[in-house]
Design a protein around this ligand. Sequence first.
Ligand SMILES: O=P(O)(O)O[C@@H]1C[C@H](O)[C@@H](CO)O1
Ligand SMILES: Nc1nc2[nH]cnc2c(=O)[nH]1
Length: 260
Amino acid sequence: MWLWTWSFGELLKEDQVVFHYSEIPNFPQSTVPGHAGRLIFGNLNGKPCVCMQGRFHFYEGYPLWKVTFPVRVFRLMGVETLIVTNAAGGLNQDYKIGDIMVIMDHINMPGFAGQNPLIGPNEERFGPRFPPMSDAYDKDLRKLALGVGQELGYVEKMREGVYCSLGGPNFETIAECRMLNSLGADAVGMSTAPEVIVARHCGLRVLGMSLITNKATMDYNSEAIASHEEVLQAGKDSAKFLEKLVSLLVQRIEPNNNVR
Ligand SMILES: O=P(O)(O)O[C@@H]1C[C@H](O)[C@@H](CO)O1
Ligand SMILES: Nc1nc2[nH]cnc2c(=O)[nH]1
C-alpha cells in the first residue's frame, strides 16, 4: 500500500523506518514549504505501507518523468495500491473548505499541451504504450472511501468529483476558474494527474482524494485571494479527520490481486 500525503506518515507507528529523500539515490528533493521530504515505511493496522511526506511538482522545475519517478520505484518494491491525496481549490460552488472530494476522474490540462509523464520511449516492463485512463480511479475504492467517511460521521463533508490538474505555480484567474468549472471540473490543483497516469500505466490500483483547502474565486466582486498559507492551514485543520479516514480505509482495503 502506498499512502501519499502530508501527515499520514505519523500514522505508520508500527515498525517505522524513515528515510530523508536526500539519502535515496536519484530521488528528487522537496522544495515546497509543508512538504517534509521524508519516506516513511511502517505498518498501519497490520498492513505494510510506505508514505511520501512531500511530493514533487512540475512547477518546481522537475520534468514529469522525475515528478513521477517514485511511482515506478514503489511499483518495483511491490506496492499494489496507491492512495494519493492533494490540496485543491473548490470550483464546485457547493463545496466547502474542509470537504473531502473522492476523485472520480481527472482532467490533465498539461497533457493537452504535450506535457505527459509517459512521453518518450515506452518502458514495456512497466506497461503498454497506450494505456487506457477511463478507469483510472478504482470504482470499489471510491465507494469504500465514501462509505467509510459516512460511517465516521462525515456525511456532509464527503463529495465525489472531477479534479483538474494544472502546472502551477500561480493560482488561477477568475476567468480560468469559471472556464474549468464549465468544463466539468469540481476542484483544481497542481499535482496528482501525472502520478496517477504513471500508476495506472504500471497497473497500480488508485484511490485519489482532494482536501478542499480554499474556494476558487469565481466572482469579480469577491475580495478572496488564494494563498499557500491558507492551503497549509486548511491541511492542519483537517489533519485529524484525514488521519481517521485513511486509517480506517487502509484497514478495510483488501489486497489487490489484479496487479500485473
Ligand atoms: O501537492 P499538492 O497538490 O497537494 O499541493 C497543492 C498544490 C501546490 O503545491 C500547493 C499550493 O498551495 O498546494
Ligand atoms: N491550482 C490550484 N492549486 C491549489 N492547491 C490548493 N488550492 C489550490 C487552488 O485553488 N488552485
